[in-house]
Ligand binder design. Structure first.
Ligand code: PEP
Ligand code: MG
Length: 577
């Protein structure tokens, strides 16, 4: 009988899902080394036989699901694994270890693995030697089947649902492929909700929990998991009661979507009638459809790097142009802010463009720094964006701006691209708007001098917080230190909003805090009138804004900035309710 238990982590992408666990890093199996009693031998032989049969069946099913190029490439490995699994030398060796050596099945597998690995290690041919990994995979699969602790009823449910990936960490590029492979949710033992993987998971509507430290030790392949990405909770071997909660959640989802959907086409106004502009962040075209449906006034941040992450070759000008043009067309005349490449840091790419070996990548060649090192590729992207500007209003947003010189260099390159396009006979808008992500503290502090070089400003609180507090946004070990409510971050936010407003420049905040209703009143108190967020948050934030009085909140802005401690800031938040 499998026993229910709960593993806690940090909520990273909301939603509940039910799925079978798929461990990316198989756990270290604890091997029971105690010798078998005579009476236990035959039961152990049966356990092993069933586990072997199960592993073979898994491989057969996996093989059957592969199509096209994948069938050729991956199929070969699966065939090799099946052969190892059916190799009589392996199996008879295992049975005799149990019968004669009184090994338990797990210990017998480990002993056979160690023996085979030693044989492979002794081979001179590097290719053959590398095949020892296959042995590890195969033995790992059988170990997983042996360690499985599921009831027949659970297995029946599990066979009908998709999988939940359990891994130590996951890169954005890997995540991008998951849904195509039937993955319904993700659990990682490390990471934070501010990582780019988490942002992408939210965009893909893939429930995700990060920092679930025990997950790889306590979950076994194929366990049935109920993942609650809103609470940050993983229920292993859920009971009938849990499943009822899941069904209840599904019903509530329908209801709250209906309630909020009444707000879809409303303007966004505070209770005292001040208009607030809600834009959407987008990584993919589905986000754009939702942005329109929920009445966003435009796209405040289109992260282009996700176009670059899922592939080996860089997208050329034509391919990028088509994507940007379709984006502009789908927004039907509303402004679209396209951010130039922000590769580097945790968004290392598969194209090899970002530098692979940097000891401190978040402080390294990231964003505009990388683009300026490759003006040829940067020009390709700028040309594609400028060409899209013929189809509707486009703003060009540059990430990681630190100096005025960088802005000037990007402007000069963009002007050059515009001239080349004109003389090449391309249609482009008469005028382009160039803005900066203000996410490096130096840019926030130096903004009074920088603002006249910019047409608009976008505040990147995800990075501004990490760089101001010297706290890695991906490192869950830092706990509450990464805090956008730190007085220093709030002071910088107030400064950016005030400087931009005084200069008459559009300013929006497009970090994750824009979409969290617990920060809505605080941001209004600081004078923010432009928010850009994942489209799924638009209606809730619109509802939260409607409950706020602009007049009252603005009066609380100054005392908020005087608060020195977290407790003091919490008290101010209370007064804003
Ligand atoms: C930010 O830093 O706040 C931001 C919006 O950009 P990204 O999360 O892509 O770094
Ligand atoms: Mg950023």
């Amino acid at each position: 009988m499998s026993t229910r238990f709960v593993i806690n982590g940090t909520a990273a992408a909301r939603g509940m899902t039910l799925g079978r666990a798929r461990l990316v890093q198989p756990s270290q199996f604890t091997i029971d080394e105690r010798p078998l009693a005579e009476s236990e031998v035959e039961t152990e032989v049966v356990r092993l036989r069933e586990a072997l049969a199960h592993a073979s069946e898994e491989l057969r099913q996996l093989r059957g699901k592969l199509r096209g190029a994948l069938a050729r490439e991956v199929g070969e490995f699966i065939d090799a694994h099946s052969m190892i699994l059916e190799d009589p030398e392996l199996t008879s060796g295992l049975y005799s270890l149990i019968r004669q050596g009184r090994f338990r099945a797990g210990a017998a597998l480990k002993a056979q693995r160690d023996r085979l690995v030693a044989v492979f290690e002794a081979i001179d041919d590097p290719y053959l030697r590398s095949r020892r990994e296959d042995v590890d995979h195969v033995i790992g699969r059988v170990q997983a089947a042996l360690g499985r602790d599921t009831t027949p009823a659970e297995r029946q449910i599990a066979s009908r649902v998709g999988t939940v990936l359990v891994s130590d960490a996951i890169a954005p590029a890997e995540l991008a492929h998951l849904t195509e492979h039937g993955v319904l949710g993700v659990v990682t033992t490390s990471g934070s909700p501010l990582s780019h993987s988490a942002i992408l998971a939210r965009s893909m509507r893939l429930p995700m929990i990060v920092g679930a430290h025990e997950a790889l030790q306590r979950v076994t392949d194929e366990d049935l998991l109920l993942l609650d990405g809103t609470r940050g909770e993983i229920v292993v071997h859920p009971t009938a009661q849990d499943l009822a909660r899941y069904r209840q959640y599904q019903r509530e989802q329908v209801r709250s979507t209906e309630a909020l959907s009444r707000l879809k086409h409303e303007r966004t106004l505070t209770a005292d009638g001040i208009e607030i502009h809600l834009y959407a962040n987008a990584e993919m075209l589905v986000d754009v459809a939702q942005a329109r449906a929920y009445g966003a006034v435009g796209i405040g941040l289109y992260r282009t790097e996700f176009l670059f992450l899922q592939r080996r070759e860089l997208p050329d000008e034509e391919e990028q142009f088509v994507v940007y043009r379709d984006l502009v067309l789908s927004m039907g005349g509303a402004p679209v802010t396209i951010r130039t490449l922000d590769l580097g840091a945790d968004k290392a790419d598969s194209t090899g463009l970002a530098l692979a070996q940097e000891s401190n990548p978040a402080l390294g060649v990231r964003g505009v720094r990388l683009s300026m090192r490759r003006p040829d590729l940067f020009a390709t992207q700028l040309r594609a964006i400028l060409r899209a500007s013929a189809f509707g209003p486009v703003r060009i947003l540059v990430p990681m701006i630190t100096t005025i010189e960088e802005i000037a260099a990007v402007r000069a390159l963009t002007e050059q691209c515009a001239r080349d396009l004109h003389s090449g006979g391309y249609e482009i808008a008469d005028h382009f708007e160039l803005g900066a992500m203000i996410e490096v503290p130096a840019a926030a502090i130096a903004l009074p001098g920088m603002i006249r070089h910019l047409d608009f400003v976008a505040i990147g609180t995800n990075d501004l917080t990490q760089y101001t507090l010297a706290a890695d946004r991906n490192n869950d070990a830092l706990g509450t230190l990464y805090d956008p409510l730190h007085p220093a971050v709030l002071k910088l936010l107030a400064q950016i909003i005030n400087v931009s407003a005084r200069a008459g420049k559009v300013v929006t905040l497009c970090g994750e805090m824009a979409g969290e209703t617990r920060y809505t009143a605080l941001l209004l108190a600081l004078g923010l009138t432009g928010f850009s967020m994942h489209p799924s948050s638009l209606l809730e934030v619109r509802q939260a804004i409607a409950a706020c009085s602009w007049q009252k909140l603005r009066k609380l802005g100054a005392p908020l900035l005087r608060a020195q401690t977290r407790a003091g800031i919490e008290r101010m938040l209370e007064r804003m309710r």
